[in-house]
Every structure is written in structure tokens, then in C-alpha cells.
Design a protein around this ligand. Structure first.
Ligand code: SF4
Length: 174
């Protein structure tokens, strides 16, 4: 037992050091923090997968890991568009998702900020227009910002949240 304890003490911590969370784009993180401060509350995002291949979703999920720490910035995903500031849509909009997308947009409170995320949502994707897909989000609902990439990086997604919400946050300043 003593031998084991001595070994634990002399070996120390052997795991790799945790990477710095802001090593990717510090200015993007700073802008996100400032944005949430100006809003005076958390920023809420509702995601609708309108026929994505799930590549975009992997990058979106990555934002929530300990490294990117989206929740730590005060930005979180919500279950209902009624509670959201941003409606984020991925995929080329499969035709059976059109009614659901329209319902989500109707439920979104004003000013109804919409982010079309990824090449497919923007109309530049590999699926295009077909019997199964509409081809882009803006053919179904109004889009405020389009973020290209197949898929876009987590940092680019964060930057799009900031760009989209900046005018609303600025109007909060008294
Ligand atoms: S943009 Fe690329 S990663 Fe995103 S849904 Fe389309 S094919 Fe998949």
C-alpha cells in the first residue's frame, strides 16, 4: 500500500494538459461574451435539422464540448422555437420537413432571426433540388444570414451567432 502511494506521489499527473479554450479565435469569443453582456441574458438558439447528412450537426455539437464551452459563454440550445432568439437551419430542406420548418418559423418570436447553416442550407450543397429536397432554406422561410461550409467550423458558427444578433444587442443599449 505504501509503495503504491509513494508511486502515485512521485509520478505526478501524466495526462496531457488541457488546451486553452480561446486558442482558436479569441476575438470571436470576446465578441460573443460582449454580445451576451449587452443582451443582459443568455442567447437562445433553436436548431432545426431539415434533412442534413449530420455533418453540420457534428460541428454544432462540438460547440457544446468542454473545449469550445458554448454554455460557458451564455449561449444555449433550446427545445422550442418559442424560446429562441435564433432559428438555425441545416440541410437542403427535405420536402417532408417543409411544414415543420414553417411551423418553427411561425413560432419564433420577433425579430425572427434565421441562420441557414452549411452549403446545403445555402443552396450550394451536394443534394440540390430534387423530388425529395427543396434545395435551400430561403425558398421556404426568410433567411438573415447564410453560413457556407461543408460543414462550417464551430468557430465560424459562433461568429455567425454574433453577427446575426449584434443589431438586436446594440438596440438594448439605453
Ligand atoms: S453542408 Fe455538408 S455537412 Fe452540412 S448537411 Fe450538407 S453535405 Fe452535410
Amino acid at each position: 500500500m505504501h509503495k503504491l502511494i509513494r508511486r502515485m506521489i512521485t509520478t505526478g499527473i501524466v495526462s496531457a494538459p488541457k488546451p486553452a479554450p480561446m486558442d482558436l479565435a479569441p476575438e470571436t469569443y470576446d465578441s460573443a461574451k460582449a454580445l451576451v453582456r449587452r443582451l443582459g441574458r443568455a442567447l437562445a438558439v433553436r436548431h432545426v435539422d431539415a434533412g442534413s447528412c449530420n455533418g453540420c450537426e457534428l460541428e454544432i455539437h462540438t460547440l457544446s464540448n468542454a473545449h469550445y464551452n458554448l454554455e460557458g459563454l451564455g449561449i444555449h440550445f433550446v427545445a422550442s422555437p418559442r424560446h429562441a432568439d435564433i432559428l438555425m437551419v441545416t440541410g437542403p430542406v427535405s420536402r417532408h420537413m417543409v411544414p415543420a420548418l414553417l411551423t418553427a418559423y411561425e413560432a419564433l418570436p420577433n425579430p425572427k432571426l434565421v441562420l441557414a447553416l452549411g452549403d446545403c442550407a445555402a443552396g450550394n450543397g451536394m443534394f440540390g433540388v430534387s423530388y425529395a429536397t427543396v434545395g435551400n432554406v430561403s425558398a421556404v422561410i426568410p433567411v438573415d444570414i447564410t453560413l457556407l461550409g461543408c460543414p462550417p467550423t464551430p468557430t465560424a458558427i459562433l461568429a455567425a451567432f454574433v453577427a446575426l444578433t449584434q443589431p438586436v444587442a446594440s438596440s438594448n443599449i439605453k
